[in-house]
Design a protein around this ligand. Structure first.
Ligand code: BG6
Length: 489
């Protein structure tokens, strides 16, 4: 579907996210010829840059994030000619005049306001867009995370944005939903009959969802120290992945059909109590160590970090979903910075065979396991038991692999590229609805309160490890191991 002409207004246009992710994603879609010839990108920021000065900024800070294989000087030139720059103070409506003059007043031009700013100014921006007559009934607004820091602040953001924009105009972004493998999980579950009969408590032993990063917090301590892994990754990315794994089949792929089902999962998460929290949630913070052979500092020694910080850089927890399908199946969620490896994966482990007819002992059978890899490469792996060639019935674990890039030979599309196209097309399926956001905060909030009331430090873990030992004990209590612990050396 060809895109309608648009004016995309990028608040926070000079910021880190715009430079690292958003402008490179737009460049890629420009090169793919998705954008109509006269579509424009209007970057907005506080700095009093001229257009030329801003383009130099983009050159210096966005261009290095464009993969070499898609960089082309003449494409770059034509891409930057779409970019304009407007300086304003987001909280003062009087300063929006240049923006009013810059945007086209034409019903055929789709207006998108992309708020890549701290959420504290979302309400002011929306209000000022309304006051200055910029927010039309057809325009769309994109909200970047963090969408609040607890239930009350998320509700407040939702309410304030709703004063100006209807729910169908609001695109709450979670870039994990834009990843190819996540959408492939929808295809796997609802485009095949194979897994559905097994996708339940009778056959699944546990589900593990891990997003591990080798990177530390680096220059982001200002934001991160007030956030931590639970708010930064678990409340959004990990819970969204859990929803896609656990949801019932939606009646269609339409936005509300999918979001209704995800909401039901969030609302069926077993609430934590004081007693279950201590048992089921592990929080950690990295100390100095080695990542890929390179010595790295501990979190408290990172530039700008509070030397007594209690902010968690790691969290692992055991969740349960109180439904007929999932009752009693542990869902282990885990994320951390400065881990042994950079990977994101969903591991669905099936139950062991009930009885072995082979000479081998049942205990030496590896239960079937489906791994959905999101990062570093995207693909699926199904672990089976197979006969080793030759004489005798000796069985051995074997793998069926589907590497998306290899199999489909399609050029890779970054999550932000796909989500950007969805915004421009008005497709809301991969964006969070207000009630989903609030349900996720509602479930996570007791953990935050518990940590605040309990004066303990997060558990230390060495940079370059898989987190505190307590995370292994967490799965160990169910007689299980994290996937990397169960893999042969
Ligand atoms: C962001 C977090 O939402 O996701 C970052 O704020 C994190 O802390 C990033 O590094 C991870 O995203 P990805 O796509 O690189 O795994």
């Amino acid at each position: 579907m060809a895109l309608a002409d648009f004016d995309l207004v990028l608040f926070g246009g000079g910021g880190d996210l715009a430079m690292r992710k958003l402008l490179p994603a737009m460049y890629a879609r420009h090169c793919a010829k998705d954008f109509p010839a006269s579509a424009r990108i209007v970057c907005v920021g506080r700095h009093a840059w001229s257009r030329e000065e801003f383009i130099s900024e983009v050159q210096a800070h966005a261009q290095p994030h464009i993969p070499a294989e898609i960089f082309d000087a003449s494409q770059w030139q034509s891409f930057t000619s779409r970019i304009d720059y407007v300086s304003l103070n987001a909280t003062e409506a009087d300063t929006y005049t240049q923006l009013v003059e810059t945007l086209r007043n034409d019903d055929n031009v789709q207006r998108v306001f992309y708020l890549a700013t701290p959420p504290t100014v979302f309400a002011d921006i929306c209000h000022n867009l309304a006051v200055r007559g910029l927010a039309t009934p057809k325009s769309r607004v994109v909200l970047e995370k963090p969408l609040g820091r607890d239930l009350a602040s998320a509700k407040q953001i939702n309410a304030e944005v709703a004063h100006v924009f209807a729910e169908e105009q609001i695109f709450r972004i979670d870039h994990y939903l834009g990843k190819e493998a996540v959408q492939n999980l929808l295809a796997l579950r609802f485009g095949n009959v194979l897994f559905e009969p097994l996708w339940r408590r009778e056959w699944i032993s546990d589900v593990q969802i891990t997003i591990a990063e080798e990177l530390g917090v680096g220059g982001r301590t200002g934001y991160y120290d007030t956030s931590g892994a639970l708010r930064d990754m678990l409340q959004n990315h990990l819970l969204q992945l859990l929803c896609i794994v656990a949801m019932e089949a939606p009646v269609s792929i339409s936005a509300d059909a999918v979001r209704d089902e995800k909401l039901k999962v969030l609302r069926s998460l077993k609430p934590f109590t004081q007693a279950t929290l201590a048992q089921n949630v592990v929080r950690g913070q990295y100390r100095g160590g080695h990542v890929q052979g390179k010595e790295v500092l501990g979190y408290r020694k990172e530039e700008g970090a509070n030397p007594d910080s209690r902010t968690e850089t790691f969290v692992a927890l055991r969740a349960e979903i109180d439904t007929w399908r999932w009752a009693g199946v542990p869902f282990f969620l885990r994320t951390g910075k400065r881990m042994a490896d950079s990977l994101a994966e969903i591991v669905v482990r099936f139950k062991p065979i009930p009885h072995s007819i082979f000479a081998q002992n049942t205990a030496s059978f590896q239960p079937n396991c489906l791994v959905i890899r999101l990062q570093p490469d995207e693909g699926l792996q199904l672990n089976l038991m197979a006969k080793t060639p030759g004489d005798g019935m000796r069985l051995k674990p074997a793998e069926l692999e589907l590497d998306f890039r290899e199999s489909f030979k399609a050029p890779r599309m970054e999550a932000y590229e796909r989500l950007l196209l969805d915004v421009l097309r008005g497709q809301l399926t991969l964006f969070m609805r207000s009630d989903e956001l609030e349900a996720a905060w509602e479930w996570v909030e007791p953990i935050l309160n518990f940590w605040e009331q309990n004066d303990a430090d997060p558990m230390p873990y060495t940079a370059g490890s898989w987190g505190p030992a307590a995370a292994s004990a967490l799965v160990g209590r169910d007689g299980l191991q994290w996937r990397e612990e169960a893999l042969p050396e």
